[in-house]
Design a protein around this ligand. Structure first.
Ligand code: NAP
Length: 455
């Protein structure tokens, strides 16, 4: 029997477990999928926007893996960190450990004023409306009239859409109560999304971009002059552009042709801006009051250069959506520049040499890029390495009952039954509010629900 721990129950962790189950293994495999949270699914639960029901429904296929009899979900167990189980101790319990811990931090913007009140990482905002228990349920009040979202990736589009969407449309989702209340009382009227390069270099995908134009109470505004600055846009017909870029440009062209909407046309505006590099967050009365951008222009090599001109955009709320970053897990090697764990085909490298029994998959292996499905091939590669090593791994000592050892160490794991109990509590909470399931947004509530206590 080969005992494998997978640390992290997001897509990369569950796809790793699935790949292990799918390989005909000699000896047989048992997989424990550990998570710091008492809830499974990682960013599918706490990152995918609540109005993306189709992507959220991916939980059903992840669930089927976690319910396989060879898999055990072990929630509420922290690996690494001050109060966590050190990787070296975890290694004593399993023949192999696969770290699928994602990229938990946001990339810094590194400009003055970044930490002013009213300036937040978009990941924090996403965690808030996704009811992540590390974020206070009343963390955002949305009294701003103008918001700036920095970055033009899919996270930027997600947070801009949630800001621009009416709360009524989110009532049917699992958005927590406090966030729904704050969104209902939102005074936001203008949402600016700003990219430092041109539209052909934007990282959003077309489906996500189009959604902005389909919001009932909002109109998207694109400045044709900014599109025209992009050489790829101007010479589109003659250039072999990637399909996604061509489609994005088509959508943007359509919006730019409509011009500025009349005041009565829509409650909210989404202004998609390009060639604006943030240089400073402006302050008034101790809070953020705007963003100073350097105007940039194409440098002819895919990058941009400053033109010497500046533009200030008023904003009482700034969301920095400039990417995620992996976090060092003490006891595991870490490359601080790439924000990943050094590896060879998923085998963790210590001083350049594969470390027996230690593997990585997902964003902590390859960086925070790609769609959810990208984790499937990434996990397969890691599992192929693990299977290759299996004869040696099986000779390493491992605990007969790792869960009993974790309990003896003072941990209180939440197993699958506990998670099902949380699901029932969230359904009951939703019913009491006349809604579908509504997420429980705090640790105390989640752990009480896992124990089957009344909320
Ligand atoms: P991302 O796709 O890497 O986009 C980051 C954006 O921030 C880019 O526009 C980048 O511009 C900009 N940026 C980086 N540093 C900057 C700086 N110092 N100043 C100004 N702008 C800066 O990251 P993400 O949006 O966080 O998404 C992460 C991953 O999750 C992506 O693979 C994304 O597709 C995925 N995701 C998918 C969905 C979905 O499918 N619905 C939803 C959310 C996230 P440059 O290009 O100039 O560097």
């Amino acid at each position: 029997m080969l005992r494998v721990a997978v640390v992290g129950s997001g897509p990369s962790g569950v796809y790793t477990a699935q790949a292990l189950l799918n390989r005909s293994l000699v000896p047989e495999v048992r997989v424990h999928v550990l998570d710091r949270l008492p809830t499974p699914y990682g960013l599918v639960r706490y990152g995918v926007a609540p109005d993306h029901e189709k992507i959220k429904s991916l939980q059903n296929s992840l669930r089927a893996v976690l319910e396989d009899e060879r898999v055990t979900f072990v929630g509420h167990v922290q690996i690494g960190g001050a109060d966590g189980v050190p990787p070296a101790r975890l290694a004593e319990l399993y023949h192999a450990v696969v770290y699928c811990v994602g990229a938990a931090a946001d990339r810094p913007l590194a400009v003055p004023g970044e930490d002013l009140p009213g300036s937040w990482s978009a990941t924090r905002f996403v965690s808030w409306y996704s009811a992540h228990p590390d974020i206070a349920p009343d963390g955002f009040t949305l009294e701003a009239r103008s918001a700036v979202v920095i970055g033009v990736g899919n996270v930027a589009v997600d947070v801009a859409r949630i800001l621009a969407r009416g709360a009524d449309e989110l009532r049917a989702t699992d958005v927590p109560r406090a966030a729904l209340g704050a969104l209902a009382g939102s005074r936001v009227r203008e949402v600016h999304i700003a990219g430092r390069r041109g539209p052909s270099q934007a990282r959003f995908t077309t489906k996500e971009l189009r959604e902005l134009g389909a919001l009932p109470g909002a109109r998207v505004v694109v400045d044709p002059a900014e599109l025209a600055m992009d050489p790829a846009y101007a010479a589109q017909e003659g250039l072999p552009l990637p399909a996604v870029v061509r489609r994005n440009l088509d959508v943007l062209r359509g919006w730019s042709a409509r011009g500025e909407p009349a005041a009565a046309d829509a409650a909210r505006r989404i202004r998609l801006r390009f060639f604006l590099r943030p240089v400073e967050l402006l302050e008034r009365g101790g809070r953020v009051a705007g963003v100073r951008f350097a105007r940039t222009a194409p440098d002819g090599a895919g990058g941009v250069q400053d033109t010497g001109a500046y533009e200030d955009v008023e904003a009482q709320l700034v969301l920095r959506a400039v990417g995620y970053r992996g976090v060092e897990l003490p006891g595991l090697p870490f490359d601080p520049v790439r924000g990943t764990v050094p590896h060879a085909a998923g085998r963790v490298l210590r001083d350049g040499v594969p470390s027996p029994g230690e593997y990585v998959a997902g964003w902590i292996k390859r960086g925070p890029t790609g769609v959810i499905g990208s984790n499937r091939s990434c996990a397969k590669e890691t599992v192929a390495s693990l299977i290759e090593d299996a004869p040696l791994l099986a000779r390493r000592p491992a605990a007969e009952d790792p869960l009993a050892v974790l309990r003896a160490w003072g941990l209180r794991p939440v197993e699958w039954d506990g998670w099902l109990s949380i699901e029932r509590a969230e359904a009951a909470l939703g019913r009491s509010l006349g809604r579908g399931p509504v997420k429980i947004p705090d640790w105390q509530g989640l752990l009480a629900a896992a124990r089957g206590e009344e909320g």
